[in-house]
Design a protein around this ligand. Structure first.
Ligand code: 4NP
Length: 147
């Protein structure tokens, strides 16, 4: 799961997918990273922690990290939150096989629509709730398609 800072959207995506993976009895390893390095080592944004907690998911043990080129080799699937993250990740791919692993996450729920998960960092209000609901749907699709 990849976003810009790895403190708002992708930590939530990681927490939601881990929760569903466990509930489905699957043995998948889920992780997240940011394309940027500004927040490396930080806990997820308080607002992401709060919305996750509201739905029974604890993401407070996560720590932000930056994506590494080796991730593209090591992971089977890389889900980007928006088209900017997608471009940045495609840029560090070394092979066509690696490029083929990279997807916009909302295309799982709404194929080929190229919908971005909006960056909630500078916004207020219901941004984090909206992000949660979008990622919840996308993660259901990920599990349904691949289990
Ligand atoms: P995220 O949100 O990419 O969902 O983690 C952001 C977090 C921090 C910044 C931007 C987006 N920032 O500019 O510091």
């Amino acid at each position: 799961m990849v976003c810009l800072g790895n403190i708002c959207r992708s930590p939530l995506a990681q927490g939601i997918l881990e929760h569903k993976v466990k509930a489905a009895g699957l043995d998948w390893h889920v992780d997240s990273a940011g394309t940027g390095a500004w927040h490396v080592g930080e806990q997820p944004d308080r607002r992401s922690c709060e919305v996750a907690h509201k739905y029974g998911i604890d993401i407070t043990a996560q720590a932000a990290r930056q994506i590494r080129p080796a991730d593209l080799n090591e992971y089977d699937l890389v889900y980007c939150m928006d088209s900017s993250n997608y471009r940045d990740v495609m840029r560090i791919c070394k092979t066509e096989q690696e490029e083929g692993k990279v997807h916009l996450i909302m295309n799982e729920a709404e194929p080929k629509q190229n919908i971005n998960v909006p960056d909630p960092y500078f916004g207020g209000g219901d941004g984090f709730e909206l992000v949660y609901q979008m990622l919840d749907r996308a993660c259901d699709s990920i599990i349904d398609k691949r289990r």
